[in-house]
Design a protein around this ligand. Structure first.
Ligand code: SAM
Ligand code: SF4
Length: 445
Protein backbone atom coordinates (compact mmCIF):
# COMPACT_ATOMS: atom_id res chain seq x y z
CA UNK A 1 0.00 0.00 0.00
CA UNK A 2 1.32 3.47 -0.88
CA UNK A 3 1.55 6.47 1.41
CA UNK A 4 -1.82 8.15 2.15
CA UNK A 5 -2.13 11.25 -0.02
CA UNK A 6 -1.37 14.60 1.60
CA UNK A 7 -4.47 16.79 1.68
CA UNK A 8 -5.09 20.48 2.26
CA UNK A 9 -8.01 22.85 2.76
CA UNK A 10 -7.59 26.52 1.85
CA UNK A 11 -9.95 29.37 2.70
CA UNK A 12 -9.36 32.81 1.21
CA UNK A 13 -10.36 36.18 2.67
CA UNK A 14 -10.11 39.60 1.06
CA UNK A 15 -9.36 41.08 -2.34
CA UNK A 16 -8.88 39.70 -5.84
CA UNK A 17 -5.11 39.74 -5.27
CA UNK A 18 -5.64 37.26 -2.44
CA UNK A 19 -7.99 35.14 -4.53
CA UNK A 20 -5.36 34.93 -7.25
CA UNK A 21 -2.50 34.34 -4.79
CA UNK A 22 -4.56 31.40 -3.50
CA UNK A 23 -4.83 30.00 -7.04
CA UNK A 24 -1.03 30.08 -7.20
CA UNK A 25 -0.66 28.55 -3.73
CA UNK A 26 -3.10 25.75 -4.65
CA UNK A 27 -1.14 25.04 -7.84
CA UNK A 28 2.12 25.01 -5.90
CA UNK A 29 0.75 22.56 -3.31
CA UNK A 30 -0.70 20.28 -5.98
CA UNK A 31 2.70 20.22 -7.71
CA UNK A 32 4.10 19.02 -4.36
CA UNK A 33 1.73 16.05 -4.34
CA UNK A 34 -1.04 17.54 -2.20
CA UNK A 35 -4.74 17.12 -2.99
CA UNK A 36 -7.20 19.94 -2.28
CA UNK A 37 -10.28 18.98 -0.25
CA UNK A 38 -13.42 20.99 0.43
CA UNK A 39 -13.79 20.56 4.20
CA UNK A 40 -11.53 21.18 7.17
CA UNK A 41 -12.42 17.71 8.49
CA UNK A 42 -10.95 15.91 5.45
CA UNK A 43 -7.71 17.93 5.40
CA UNK A 44 -4.29 17.23 6.91
CA UNK A 45 -3.16 20.83 6.37
CA UNK A 46 -5.56 23.74 6.94
CA UNK A 47 -4.57 27.08 5.42
CA UNK A 48 -6.10 30.54 5.72
CA UNK A 49 -5.09 33.21 3.22
CA UNK A 50 -5.87 36.31 5.22
CA UNK A 51 -6.71 39.98 4.81
CA UNK A 52 -5.94 42.80 7.24
CA UNK A 53 -7.24 45.81 5.33
CA UNK A 54 -9.91 46.44 7.97
CA UNK A 55 -10.21 45.18 11.54
CA UNK A 56 -13.22 42.93 10.80
CA UNK A 57 -11.34 41.10 8.07
CA UNK A 58 -8.43 40.50 10.40
CA UNK A 59 -10.60 39.11 13.20
CA UNK A 60 -12.14 36.49 10.91
CA UNK A 61 -9.00 34.37 10.79
CA UNK A 62 -8.64 34.29 14.57
CA UNK A 63 -12.27 33.19 14.88
CA UNK A 64 -11.65 30.40 12.39
CA UNK A 65 -8.50 29.28 14.19
CA UNK A 66 -10.38 29.22 17.51
CA UNK A 67 -13.29 27.28 15.95
CA UNK A 68 -11.05 24.46 14.71
CA UNK A 69 -8.41 24.42 17.45
CA UNK A 70 -9.62 21.05 18.75
CA UNK A 71 -8.74 19.37 15.43
CA UNK A 72 -5.06 19.76 16.28
CA UNK A 73 -5.49 16.68 18.48
CA UNK A 74 -6.12 14.69 15.26
CA UNK A 75 -2.67 15.68 13.97
CA UNK A 76 -3.90 18.38 11.60
CA UNK A 77 -1.56 21.29 10.87
CA UNK A 78 -2.67 24.92 10.56
CA UNK A 79 -1.10 27.68 8.47
CA UNK A 80 -1.78 31.41 8.24
CA UNK A 81 -0.86 33.03 4.90
CA UNK A 82 -1.18 36.55 3.51
CA UNK A 83 -1.53 39.98 5.07
CA UNK A 84 -2.33 39.03 8.69
CA UNK A 85 0.63 36.62 8.62
CA UNK A 86 2.99 39.34 7.42
CA UNK A 87 1.56 41.96 9.80
CA UNK A 88 1.40 39.90 12.99
CA UNK A 89 4.35 37.59 12.27
CA UNK A 90 5.37 35.27 15.07
CA UNK A 91 2.82 36.87 17.43
CA UNK A 92 0.32 34.54 15.75
CA UNK A 93 2.01 31.57 17.44
CA UNK A 94 1.34 33.21 20.82
CA UNK A 95 -2.29 33.95 20.06
CA UNK A 96 -2.96 30.60 18.34
CA UNK A 97 -0.30 28.10 19.51
CA UNK A 98 -1.73 25.33 17.26
CA UNK A 99 -0.52 27.19 14.15
CA UNK A 100 2.54 25.64 12.43
CA UNK A 101 3.08 27.96 9.47
CA UNK A 102 3.03 31.76 9.20
CA UNK A 103 3.84 33.01 5.71
CA UNK A 104 3.44 36.45 4.10
CA UNK A 105 2.74 36.82 0.38
CA UNK A 106 6.29 37.92 -0.43
CA UNK A 107 7.53 34.46 0.70
CA UNK A 108 5.15 32.21 -1.25
CA UNK A 109 7.93 31.26 -3.65
CA UNK A 110 9.53 29.43 -0.68
CA UNK A 111 6.38 27.43 0.11
CA UNK A 112 7.69 24.10 -1.28
CA UNK A 113 10.65 24.14 1.16
CA UNK A 114 8.38 25.20 4.03
CA UNK A 115 6.01 22.32 3.30
CA UNK A 116 8.94 19.88 3.44
CA UNK A 117 9.90 21.30 6.86
CA UNK A 118 6.33 20.86 8.13
CA UNK A 119 6.09 17.30 6.76
CA UNK A 120 9.40 16.38 8.38
CA UNK A 121 7.92 17.29 11.74
CA UNK A 122 4.51 15.68 11.42
CA UNK A 123 3.96 13.50 14.50
CA UNK A 124 6.87 15.20 16.28
CA UNK A 125 4.81 17.70 18.27
CA UNK A 126 3.99 21.15 16.98
CA UNK A 127 6.49 22.67 14.57
CA UNK A 128 6.83 26.33 13.67
CA UNK A 129 7.81 27.49 10.21
CA UNK A 130 7.85 31.13 9.17
CA UNK A 131 8.19 32.96 5.87
CA UNK A 132 8.27 36.66 6.69
CA UNK A 133 10.22 38.65 4.13
CA UNK A 134 10.84 42.29 4.88
CA UNK A 135 9.30 44.76 2.47
CA UNK A 136 12.53 45.07 0.50
CA UNK A 137 12.13 41.95 -1.64
CA UNK A 138 12.50 42.49 -5.39
CA UNK A 139 10.84 39.23 -6.36
CA UNK A 140 7.35 38.57 -7.70
CA UNK A 141 5.57 35.28 -7.09
CA UNK A 142 5.61 33.84 -10.59
CA UNK A 143 4.73 30.20 -10.95
CA UNK A 144 3.85 27.84 -13.76
CA UNK A 145 1.49 26.00 -11.39
CA UNK A 146 -1.47 28.42 -11.11
CA UNK A 147 -4.69 26.43 -10.45
CA UNK A 148 -7.27 28.83 -11.88
CA UNK A 149 -10.78 28.20 -10.58
CA UNK A 150 -12.74 29.61 -13.54
CA UNK A 151 -12.16 28.04 -16.98
CA UNK A 152 -13.13 31.16 -18.95
CA UNK A 153 -11.70 34.17 -17.17
CA UNK A 154 -8.56 34.45 -15.11
CA UNK A 155 -6.27 36.85 -13.31
CA UNK A 156 -2.72 37.87 -14.14
CA UNK A 157 -0.76 39.79 -11.49
CA UNK A 158 1.40 42.39 -13.24
CA UNK A 159 2.60 44.38 -10.22
CA UNK A 160 2.89 43.51 -6.53
CA UNK A 161 3.22 45.64 -3.38
CA UNK A 162 2.73 49.37 -2.96
CA UNK A 163 4.98 52.38 -2.31
CA UNK A 164 2.25 54.99 -1.86
CA UNK A 165 1.81 54.77 1.94
CA UNK A 166 -1.65 56.29 2.25
CA UNK A 167 -2.06 57.32 5.89
CA UNK A 168 -4.73 54.68 6.66
CA UNK A 169 -3.45 51.64 4.75
CA UNK A 170 -1.60 48.46 5.78
CA UNK A 171 -0.81 47.26 2.26
CA UNK A 172 2.70 48.79 1.97
CA UNK A 173 3.58 46.97 5.20
CA UNK A 174 1.91 43.65 4.40
CA UNK A 175 2.72 43.31 0.71
CA UNK A 176 6.09 44.97 0.49
CA UNK A 177 7.50 47.42 -2.01
CA UNK A 178 6.20 47.93 -5.50
CA UNK A 179 7.66 45.49 -8.05
CA UNK A 180 6.48 44.80 -11.60
CA UNK A 181 6.85 41.76 -13.83
CA UNK A 182 8.33 42.17 -17.29
CA UNK A 183 5.84 42.82 -20.08
CA UNK A 184 7.26 39.78 -21.90
CA UNK A 185 6.37 37.49 -19.01
CA UNK A 186 2.87 39.02 -18.67
CA UNK A 187 2.25 38.60 -22.41
CA UNK A 188 3.55 35.03 -22.36
CA UNK A 189 1.06 34.21 -19.58
CA UNK A 190 -1.79 35.89 -21.51
CA UNK A 191 -0.92 33.87 -24.65
CA UNK A 192 -0.77 30.67 -22.62
CA UNK A 193 -4.19 31.42 -21.12
CA UNK A 194 -5.64 32.12 -24.57
CA UNK A 195 -4.25 28.77 -25.77
CA UNK A 196 -5.97 27.09 -22.82
CA UNK A 197 -9.31 28.60 -23.86
CA UNK A 198 -9.53 31.64 -21.57
CA UNK A 199 -11.22 34.56 -23.28
CA UNK A 200 -11.14 37.12 -20.44
CA UNK A 201 -8.12 38.23 -18.46
CA UNK A 202 -7.99 40.64 -15.57
CA UNK A 203 -4.67 42.38 -14.92
CA UNK A 204 -4.13 42.80 -11.20
CA UNK A 205 -2.12 45.05 -8.93
CA UNK A 206 -2.71 47.11 -5.80
CA UNK A 207 -2.05 49.98 -8.19
CA UNK A 208 -2.12 48.26 -11.55
CA UNK A 209 -1.45 51.48 -13.47
CA UNK A 210 1.72 52.26 -11.49
CA UNK A 211 3.20 49.40 -13.57
CA UNK A 212 6.81 49.88 -14.66
CA UNK A 213 8.22 47.28 -17.04
CA UNK A 214 11.61 46.24 -15.57
CA UNK A 215 12.78 45.70 -19.17
CA UNK A 216 11.63 49.22 -20.09
CA UNK A 217 9.69 47.95 -23.13
CA UNK A 218 6.08 48.92 -22.41
CA UNK A 219 4.10 51.47 -20.44
CA UNK A 220 0.98 50.26 -18.62
CA UNK A 221 -1.29 51.50 -21.44
CA UNK A 222 0.89 49.76 -24.04
CA UNK A 223 0.84 46.52 -22.07
CA UNK A 224 -2.94 46.77 -21.73
CA UNK A 225 -3.28 47.22 -25.49
CA UNK A 226 -0.86 44.34 -26.21
CA UNK A 227 -2.80 41.94 -23.95
CA UNK A 228 -6.00 43.05 -25.69
CA UNK A 229 -4.46 42.12 -29.02
CA UNK A 230 -3.54 38.55 -28.01
CA UNK A 231 -5.51 36.29 -30.40
CA UNK A 232 -8.37 34.59 -28.54
CA UNK A 233 -8.66 37.22 -25.78
CA UNK A 234 -12.05 38.91 -26.00
CA UNK A 235 -12.05 40.94 -22.80
CA UNK A 236 -9.33 42.61 -20.73
CA UNK A 237 -10.07 44.16 -17.33
CA UNK A 238 -7.63 45.83 -14.95
CA UNK A 239 -7.83 46.74 -11.30
CA UNK A 240 -7.11 48.77 -9.19
CA UNK A 241 -6.06 52.06 -10.79
CA UNK A 242 -4.56 54.82 -8.65
CA UNK A 243 -5.75 58.32 -9.65
CA UNK A 244 -2.26 59.89 -9.35
CA UNK A 245 -0.86 57.51 -12.01
CA UNK A 246 -3.94 57.48 -14.26
CA UNK A 247 -2.86 58.91 -17.62
CA UNK A 248 -4.84 59.88 -20.71
CA UNK A 249 -3.03 57.11 -22.59
CA UNK A 250 -5.18 54.54 -20.72
CA UNK A 251 -8.34 56.14 -22.10
CA UNK A 252 -6.73 56.29 -25.57
CA UNK A 253 -5.97 52.55 -25.32
CA UNK A 254 -9.60 51.78 -24.38
CA UNK A 255 -10.70 53.92 -27.34
CA UNK A 256 -8.53 52.08 -29.83
CA UNK A 257 -8.58 48.44 -28.65
CA UNK A 258 -12.15 47.06 -28.57
CA UNK A 259 -11.25 44.11 -26.32
CA UNK A 260 -10.33 46.47 -23.46
CA UNK A 261 -13.44 46.60 -21.27
CA UNK A 262 -15.23 49.91 -20.91
CA UNK A 263 -14.96 49.96 -17.14
CA UNK A 264 -12.47 51.72 -14.85
CA UNK A 265 -12.32 51.33 -11.08
CA UNK A 266 -10.74 54.55 -9.80
CA UNK A 267 -10.85 54.81 -5.99
CA UNK A 268 -11.28 58.40 -4.81
CA UNK A 269 -11.60 57.75 -1.02
CA UNK A 270 -12.95 61.27 -0.31
CA UNK A 271 -14.41 64.25 -2.17
CA UNK A 272 -12.63 66.73 0.10
CA UNK A 273 -9.16 67.93 -0.91
CA UNK A 274 -8.44 68.62 2.76
CA UNK A 275 -9.15 64.98 3.68
CA UNK A 276 -7.31 63.69 0.60
CA UNK A 277 -4.29 65.63 1.78
CA UNK A 278 -4.54 64.17 5.30
CA UNK A 279 -4.89 60.72 3.73
CA UNK A 280 -1.71 61.38 1.70
CA UNK A 281 -3.50 60.39 -1.49
CA UNK A 282 -1.27 62.57 -3.74
CA UNK A 283 -4.10 64.23 -5.71
CA UNK A 284 -6.77 66.88 -5.18
CA UNK A 285 -10.49 66.69 -5.89
CA UNK A 286 -9.94 68.78 -9.05
CA UNK A 287 -7.14 66.55 -10.32
CA UNK A 288 -9.34 63.52 -9.75
CA UNK A 289 -12.21 65.17 -11.61
CA UNK A 290 -9.86 65.95 -14.50
CA UNK A 291 -9.29 62.18 -14.93
CA UNK A 292 -13.03 61.59 -14.78
CA UNK A 293 -13.46 64.18 -17.55
CA UNK A 294 -10.95 62.30 -19.76
CA UNK A 295 -13.01 59.13 -19.32
CA UNK A 296 -16.29 60.90 -19.99
CA UNK A 297 -14.84 62.22 -23.25
CA UNK A 298 -13.95 58.70 -24.45
CA UNK A 299 -15.42 57.34 -27.70
CA UNK A 300 -17.08 54.44 -25.86
CA UNK A 301 -19.06 55.15 -22.70
CA UNK A 302 -16.83 54.03 -19.82
CA UNK A 303 -18.47 52.82 -16.63
CA UNK A 304 -16.72 54.25 -13.57
CA UNK A 305 -16.66 52.77 -10.07
CA UNK A 306 -14.85 53.82 -6.91
CA UNK A 307 -13.94 53.15 -3.26
CA UNK A 308 -14.84 55.65 -0.53
CA UNK A 309 -13.80 55.77 3.12
CA UNK A 310 -16.12 57.66 5.50
CA UNK A 311 -15.18 58.87 8.96
CA UNK A 312 -11.45 59.35 8.42
CA UNK A 313 -10.07 61.15 11.53
CA UNK A 314 -11.00 64.83 11.38
CA UNK A 315 -13.55 64.42 8.55
CA UNK A 316 -16.07 67.21 9.21
CA UNK A 317 -19.68 67.28 8.10
CA UNK A 318 -18.60 69.78 5.41
CA UNK A 319 -15.91 67.33 4.16
CA UNK A 320 -18.49 64.56 4.03
CA UNK A 321 -20.88 66.84 2.11
CA UNK A 322 -18.11 67.23 -0.47
CA UNK A 323 -17.95 63.47 -0.88
CA UNK A 324 -21.72 63.44 -1.41
CA UNK A 325 -21.46 66.24 -3.98
CA UNK A 326 -18.73 64.27 -5.78
CA UNK A 327 -21.18 61.37 -6.19
CA UNK A 328 -23.56 63.77 -7.96
CA UNK A 329 -20.81 65.20 -10.10
CA UNK A 330 -19.29 61.89 -11.25
CA UNK A 331 -22.43 59.73 -11.24
CA UNK A 332 -20.60 56.49 -10.54
CA UNK A 333 -21.93 53.15 -11.78
CA UNK A 334 -20.97 51.58 -8.46
CA UNK A 335 -19.15 52.35 -5.23
CA UNK A 336 -17.59 50.35 -2.40
CA UNK A 337 -18.08 52.38 0.77
CA UNK A 338 -16.11 51.64 3.95
CA UNK A 339 -16.07 52.98 7.49
CA UNK A 340 -12.54 54.08 8.37
CA UNK A 341 -10.84 51.32 10.35
CA UNK A 342 -7.70 52.20 12.37
CA UNK A 343 -4.88 49.82 11.37
CA UNK A 344 -1.57 48.84 12.99
CA UNK A 345 1.59 50.65 11.82
CA UNK A 346 -0.31 53.27 9.82
CA UNK A 347 0.24 57.02 10.39
CA UNK A 348 -3.47 57.79 10.80
CA UNK A 349 -3.56 55.62 13.93
CA UNK A 350 -2.05 58.59 15.76
CA UNK A 351 -4.37 61.20 14.25
CA UNK A 352 -6.71 62.99 16.60
CA UNK A 353 -10.41 63.68 16.11
CA UNK A 354 -11.52 60.10 15.74
CA UNK A 355 -15.10 59.91 14.48
CA UNK A 356 -17.42 57.80 16.71
CA UNK A 357 -18.53 54.53 15.16
CA UNK A 358 -22.24 55.50 15.14
CA UNK A 359 -21.37 58.61 13.13
CA UNK A 360 -19.28 56.60 10.68
CA UNK A 361 -22.20 54.19 10.29
CA UNK A 362 -24.59 57.10 9.70
CA UNK A 363 -22.35 58.64 7.03
CA UNK A 364 -21.93 55.27 5.34
CA UNK A 365 -25.66 54.71 5.15
CA UNK A 366 -26.30 58.25 3.82
CA UNK A 367 -23.59 57.65 1.20
CA UNK A 368 -24.99 54.28 0.15
CA UNK A 369 -28.57 55.51 0.00
CA UNK A 370 -27.56 58.41 -2.25
CA UNK A 371 -25.54 56.13 -4.52
CA UNK A 372 -28.38 53.62 -4.74
CA UNK A 373 -30.61 56.34 -6.15
CA UNK A 374 -27.90 57.39 -8.65
CA UNK A 375 -27.46 53.78 -9.81
CA UNK A 376 -31.19 53.22 -10.11
CA UNK A 377 -31.40 56.30 -12.33
CA UNK A 378 -28.23 55.59 -14.31
CA UNK A 379 -29.12 52.00 -15.05
CA UNK A 380 -32.29 53.18 -16.81
CA UNK A 381 -30.17 54.37 -19.72
CA UNK A 382 -29.48 50.74 -20.62
CA UNK A 383 -33.18 50.00 -21.24
CA UNK A 384 -33.63 48.90 -24.84
CA UNK A 385 -29.85 48.68 -25.46
CA UNK A 386 -28.31 45.47 -26.76
CA UNK A 387 -25.11 44.44 -24.98
CA UNK A 388 -22.84 41.44 -25.44
CA UNK A 389 -22.63 39.46 -22.19
CA UNK A 390 -20.37 36.66 -21.09
CA UNK A 391 -22.56 33.82 -19.80
CA UNK A 392 -21.39 33.21 -16.24
CA UNK A 393 -24.01 30.89 -14.79
CA UNK A 394 -27.61 29.91 -14.32
CA UNK A 395 -30.16 30.83 -11.64
CA UNK A 396 -32.53 27.82 -11.77
CA UNK A 397 -34.93 29.24 -9.19
CA UNK A 398 -35.58 32.25 -11.41
CA UNK A 399 -35.20 30.45 -14.73
CA UNK A 400 -32.55 33.03 -15.70
CA UNK A 401 -29.03 33.03 -17.07
CA UNK A 402 -26.41 35.22 -15.41
CA UNK A 403 -24.43 37.43 -17.77
CA UNK A 404 -21.83 40.18 -17.38
CA UNK A 405 -21.39 43.13 -19.71
CA UNK A 406 -18.10 44.71 -20.76
CA UNK A 407 -19.03 47.55 -18.34
CA UNK A 408 -18.91 44.90 -15.57
CA UNK A 409 -22.66 44.98 -14.94
CA UNK A 410 -24.62 41.85 -14.09
CA UNK A 411 -27.31 41.33 -16.74
CA UNK A 412 -29.62 38.44 -15.87
CA UNK A 413 -31.51 37.20 -18.90
CA UNK A 414 -33.92 34.67 -20.35
CA UNK A 415 -33.00 32.66 -23.43
CA UNK A 416 -35.49 31.79 -26.18
CA UNK A 417 -37.37 28.45 -25.71
CA UNK A 418 -35.18 25.44 -26.47
CA UNK A 419 -31.94 27.43 -26.51
CA UNK A 420 -29.26 26.72 -23.90
CA UNK A 421 -26.47 29.31 -23.79
CA UNK A 422 -23.02 27.81 -23.25
CA UNK A 423 -21.18 28.93 -20.10
CA UNK A 424 -18.26 31.19 -21.03
CA UNK A 425 -19.77 32.10 -24.41
CA UNK A 426 -20.74 35.63 -25.43
CA UNK A 427 -24.33 36.36 -26.45
CA UNK A 428 -26.30 39.52 -27.31
CA UNK A 429 -28.94 40.53 -24.74
CA UNK A 430 -31.44 43.39 -24.84
CA UNK A 431 -32.05 45.10 -21.48
CA UNK A 432 -35.72 45.10 -20.51
CA UNK A 433 -35.55 46.00 -16.80
CA UNK A 434 -33.18 47.60 -14.35
CA UNK A 435 -32.43 47.69 -10.62
CA UNK A 436 -29.74 49.58 -8.70
CA UNK A 437 -27.33 46.63 -8.78
CA UNK A 438 -28.28 44.60 -11.85
CA UNK A 439 -30.07 44.57 -15.17
CA UNK A 440 -32.67 42.23 -16.61
CA UNK A 441 -32.91 41.19 -20.23
CA UNK A 442 -33.77 38.83 -23.06
CA UNK A 443 -31.25 37.09 -25.27
CA UNK A 444 -31.46 38.22 -28.88
CA UNK A 445 -31.07 35.75 -31.76
N1 SAM B 1 -4.59 50.61 -4.09
C1 SAM B 1 -5.95 50.94 -4.20
C2 SAM B 1 -6.08 52.46 -4.16
O1 SAM B 1 -5.24 53.11 -3.59
O2 SAM B 1 -7.03 52.97 -4.67
C3 SAM B 1 -6.78 50.37 -3.08
C4 SAM B 1 -6.47 49.04 -2.54
S1 SAM B 1 -7.15 48.73 -0.93
C5 SAM B 1 -6.68 47.08 -0.82
C6 SAM B 1 -8.90 48.61 -1.20
C7 SAM B 1 -9.73 49.66 -0.49
O3 SAM B 1 -9.79 49.40 0.90
C8 SAM B 1 -9.21 51.08 -0.56
O4 SAM B 1 -9.52 51.70 -1.77
C9 SAM B 1 -9.90 51.76 0.61
O5 SAM B 1 -11.13 52.32 0.22
C10 SAM B 1 -10.15 50.59 1.57
N2 SAM B 1 -9.32 50.71 2.78
C11 SAM B 1 -7.99 50.59 2.86
N3 SAM B 1 -7.58 50.80 4.14
C12 SAM B 1 -8.69 51.07 4.87
C13 SAM B 1 -8.93 51.38 6.24
N4 SAM B 1 -7.93 51.48 7.12
N5 SAM B 1 -10.21 51.60 6.63
C14 SAM B 1 -11.24 51.50 5.75
N6 SAM B 1 -11.06 51.22 4.45
C15 SAM B 1 -9.81 50.99 4.00
FE1 SF4 C 1 -3.16 51.23 0.23
FE2 SF4 C 1 -2.83 53.69 -0.74
FE3 SF4 C 1 -1.26 51.67 -1.59
FE4 SF4 C 1 -3.86 51.77 -2.29
S1 SF4 C 1 -2.27 53.27 -2.85
S2 SF4 C 1 -2.74 49.95 -1.56
S3 SF4 C 1 -4.81 52.59 -0.47
S4 SF4 C 1 -1.32 52.52 0.43
Amino acid sequence: MGEPQKTFYLETFGCQMNVHDSEKVVGTLMAQGYRQVSTVEEAGLILYNTCSIRDKAEQKVFHRLADYKKLQAQGKKFGVLGCVAQQEGEKIFERAPHVSLVCGSASYRNLPQMLVQIEAQIGAGNCRVTGLDDRETDECFETEFTARTNPHRGYITIIEGCDKFCAYCVVPFTRGKERSRTSDSVLAEACQMADQGYSEVQLLGQNVNSYKDPAGKKSFAELLAAVGEVPGIKRVRFTTSHPRDFGRDIVAAIDSVPTLCDHVHLPVQSGSTRVLDAMQRLYTRDQYLERIAWMKAAKREISITTDIIVGFPGETEADFEQTLSLLDEVEYDGIFGFKYSPRPNTPSLKFEDAIPDEEKARRLSVLQEKQREIQRRRNERHLGQIAEVMVEGRNDARGQWIGRTSQNKVLNFKAPEGLTPVLGSYVPVVTTGCFPNSLLGQMVI
